[in-house]
Design a protein around this ligand. Structure first.
Ligand code: HEC
Length: 138
């Protein structure tokens, strides 16, 4: 039993490890900047997609990984690059669960800073195409 648990943690750990994050600060920033639309548990509402148990799907492709930063809610938020990287890593760790199918390399402030220079418009069509591409690559 203990061995099974240890193996389970060893397998899951690298997939969900969010890097050097301060969970209290990340959660506070999520509450202040994101939660109003995304709900405390990432379940979303109406036009706001559910992140809980879903958002990790995007990490399966490079464009999908970039999408999580370029989506306007992320890109144009008032958070600094470092705080936004931390919140996104926290979101993956906290909400993504089993939807993460590849080892997750935490976002860095540099990566986030570069990507948020290119916020998406026409998000929903782009999002649908990303998900179709990811599904067909399986
Ligand atoms: C004013 C409401 C609002 C706020 C505030 C907001 N978002 Fe969003 N978010 C959305 C909507 C709506 C979408 C769906 C895509 C779109 O239309 O932009 C979305 C999509 C996303 C997605 C992609 C999820 C998916 O399944 O497509 C991520 C990641 C995300 N937001 C992160 C954040 C982060 C991080 C913050 C806080 C820094 C934030 N959002 C703040 C409304 C919001």
């Amino acid at each position: 039993m203990r061995l099974v648990l240890a193996l389970g943690l060893a397998l899951l750990g690298p997939l969900v490890w969010g890097g050097d994050i301060n969970p209290q600060r990340a959660q506070f920033n999520y509450q202040m900047s994101c939660q109003g639309c995304h709900a405390p548990d990432g379940s979303g509402a109406n036009a706001v997609p559910r992140m809980r148990d879903q958002v990790g799907i995007f990490l399966a492709s490079g464009a999908g990984r970039e999408y999580l930063v370029r989506v306007p809610g992320s890109a144009v938020s008032a958070l600094s690059d470092a705080d936004l990287a931390e919140v996104l890593n926290w979101i993956v760790q906290e909400f993504a669960g089993a939807s993460v199918t590849v080892p997750f390399e935490p976002y860095t402030p540099q990566e986030v800073g570069a990507l948020r220079q290119h916020p998406l418009n026409e998000v929903m069509a782009y999002r649908a195409q990303l998900l179709a591409d990811i599904a067909s690559a399986k």
